[in-house]
Design a protein. Structure first.
Length: 110
């Protein structure tokens, strides 16, 4: 089971959010939309949350999420915990390119 905690001695933690996205240059956008529509069905979203312990943003799915998952701050942090979280700033395009290039070089072993 997952757990949530703030690092000892820290008053804040980074908030991160996953997203289901379709790349601009995707070769099969129609199937991508079908997949996303399927995953957004309340019963499917609830099953996904119950399996992964990742929170769902689908309000109609939340009543179908297991109580053990809903009551876990690992899946659904409390309001007090969220108040202590922050997001990172959007980087300028030049910095994004450098970050991407550096990561690509790293993966290639350069």
């Amino acid at each position: 089971m997952l757990d949530f905690f703030l690092p000892e001695g820290q008053n804040a933690a980074q908030l991160w959010i996953d997203g289901w996205l379709i790349p601009k240059d995707a070769s099969n956008k129609e199937d991508a939309h079908l997949f996303l529509n399927y995953m957004m069905r309340p019963e499917v979203a609830a099953d996904d949350t119950n399996f992964t312990w990742y929170a769902t943003a689908n309000i109609t799915a939340k009543p179908m999420v297991d109580e053990e998952v809903k009551s876990s701050p690992a899946a659904f942090p409390t309001s007090e915990q969220v108040e202590k979280m922050y997001t990172v700033a959007v980087l300028p395009p030049k910095v994004e390119r450098l970050q991407t290039r550096t990561w690509t070089d790293f993966k290639a072993g350069n």
